[in-house]
Design a protein around this ligand. Structure first.
Ligand code: F6P
Length: 530
């Protein structure tokens, strides 16, 4: 049995329940700002490369006080320090959790020699590929953590990318992913990176074999030059026929692996200095997480805010709205990071949890979301905390459009907070309304409840360093809420059943045998074969 306290067993949790009933449930942002002229300053947080405005959230000083007490009672500082020292944090897989060691300077963290040895050779290889005029296209074949992080980062850092090399990402086992891409490539000029921690993942292996077969069918002969592997399973990569392989370690979780050799496509795109800057930004955030008092510790406070909304307000989802096109895959990346980490329903001791864990994380880059689901955020029946991400300096030369983007970002969080009463709406003309609709009915349609919470994160520019810090901040935020929920944030047993059943169904799709299957699956399988 774990000696660690789970959130709901603490005095702070009980205090938070009382605080929620007395002040949280009916919290009014308008009143909070009226009461406290310094609310913006009081609820602003500065972390390396990331500024956060939490003032538009349903929190006050007492809320933070109780949440910080909750973190202390759950032993967050001790658990954080143990993780950073490399003491086992993933008990159900018997592994340490040390992605922070991947971005620590030489000699500053466990396994430094191994980490920097692979990093040096991976970066040297990336530079060699960048300098090699023979390559025009690089295809990363991987899925989950072996795809989402590198893909998101390469997109975000496009302005820093190599001008000749085109980077592609293939993840889906659906042949509609790889087939059209292969049709555009020249085998003599393409490098394939097969990225898989285990080197057994069905999707990745299927795509890697398809790529190899295509390469050979195109007359490609130098497999060793055109295929490179990134994996912890060096033997399997060798069996596949790959001779250049960069390794990493079982203490790097798939969704925490973009800092390892899994980041090879990033290093090829932005070069060794760019990759080092990404690591340096993440390390700066690690230092902030490790050493800043909890009350000013941005990932800690954000993780506790997630607990506040999920467990006391009952909010089941959080929408992420990055107002930067480069961050368009950030929500998808966060879905794996947050939901695969904290989508759990038993605690460390296997006891069923009586409270909710990971919210659904979703979103689109602004302003696209505004013209799709923001209607629901503003007027829907559910209150969904929104996280805006604004970037001060653009990497393009269209300043007017950047001003429009920023104005929209500010306007959305303002509108969510301010709302509009039916009385206010009644004073406005609605040019398109039917003359039959009574004015007070129309005003109700046109009113906004307001008081809807949001956070705004701000970066100066989307540089490798800033992006590294931002992503590390999310990693530590997930750790924080996971500690309060008393769960193992580093395993993912929930993905196994579907994988095993797919393995059993595959031969049945060929044979048509439905013996022993449930009626629905049998019916669907038969229909697919008809
Ligand atoms: O879907 C589960 C998972 O194990 C993820 O955690 C992981 O990132 C992904 O599959 C890919 O795994 P691998 O890198 O071993 O191919």
């Amino acid at each position: 049995m774990s000696a660690l306290k789970r959130g709901d067993g603490t005095a702070a949790w009980a205090a938070l329940l009382g605080h929620y009933q007395a002040h949280g449930r009916d919290f009014e942002l308008g009143d909070a700002f009226a009461r406290d002229a310094r609310r913006f300053a009081n609820f602003s947080f500065e972390a390396p490369e990331v500024f956060a405005d939490l003032s538009k959230n349903h929190i006050d000083t007492a809320t933070l006080h109780f949440l910080l007490a909750l973190a202390q009672e759950c032993g967050l500082p001790g658990q954080r320090d143990a993780m950073l020292r490399g003491e086992v944090a993933n008990a159900t897989e018997g592994r340490a959790v040390l992605h922070t060691a991947l971005r620590a300077p030489r000699g500053a963290a466990p396994f430094s020699d191994e980490v920097h040895g692979v990093l040096d050779s991976m970066l040297a290889y990336a530079e060699a590929v960048r300098a090699d005029q023979g390559f025009t296209d690089v295809v990363n074949i991987g899925i989950g953590g072996s795809d989402l992080g590198p893909r998101m980062v390469v997109q975000a850092l496009q302005p820093f990318a190599h001008s000749r090399l085109r980077l592609h990402f293939v993840s889906n086992v659906d042949g509609h992913d790889i087939a059209p891409l292969l049709a555009t490539l020249d085998a003599r000029r393409t490098l394939f990176i097969v990225a898989s921690k285990t080197f057994t993942t069905q999707e990745t292996m299927a795509n890697a074999h398809a790529a190899k077969a295509w390469f050979q069918a195109q007359g490609g002969s130098e497999t060793a030059r055109h295929f490179v592997g990134v994996t912890t399973n060096l033997l399997a990569a060798a069996t596949f026929g790959i001779s250049t392989t960069f390794g990493f370690w079982d203490w790097v979780g798939g969704r925490y692996s973009l800092w390892s050799a899994i980041g090879l496509p990033i290093a090829i795109a932005v070069g060794a200095p760019g990759f080092q800057d990404l690591l340096a930004g993440a390390h700066a955030m690690d230092q902030h997480f490790a050493h800043t008092p909890l009350a000013q510790n941005l990932p800690v406070v954000l993780g506790l805010l997630d607990v506040w909304y999920r467990n006391f307000h009952g909010r089941t989802s959080r929408s992420v709205a990055p107002y930067h096109e480069g961050l368009r895959r950030l929500p998808a990346y966060l879905q794996q990071l947050e939901m695969e980490s904290n989508g759990k329903s038993v605690d460390r001791d296997g006891q069923p949890l009586p409270f909710g864990t990971s919210p659904v994380v979703w979103g689109e880059p602004g302003t696209n979301g505004q013209h799709a689901y923001f209607q629901m955020l503003h007027q829907g029946t559910d209150v969904i905390p929104v996280e805006f991400i604004a970037v001060k300096k653009p990497a393009h030369t269209l300043p007017e459009q950047h001003q429009m983007l920023l104005a929209n970002c500010l306007a959305q969080s303002q509108a969510l907070m301010l709302g509009k009463t039916a009385q206010q709406a009644a004073t406005e003309k609605a040019p398109t309304a039917s003359p039959d609709i009574p004015a007070e009915v129309l005003a109700r349609h046109r009113s906004f409840p307001g008081n809807r919470p949001s956070t705004t994160l701000m970066l100066d520019a989307l540089t490798p360093r800033a992006l590294g810090a931002l992503v590390a901040m999310y990693e530590h935020r997930v750790f924080t809420s996971g500690v309060v929920w008393g769960i193992n944030s580093f395993d993912q047993w929930g993905v196994e059943l579907g994988k095993a059943l797919a393995g059993q169904l595959l031969p049945r799709l060929a044979s048509g045998d439905t013996t022993g299957l449930d009626a629905s699956t049998a019916g669907l399988l038969s229909r697919l074969r008809r």
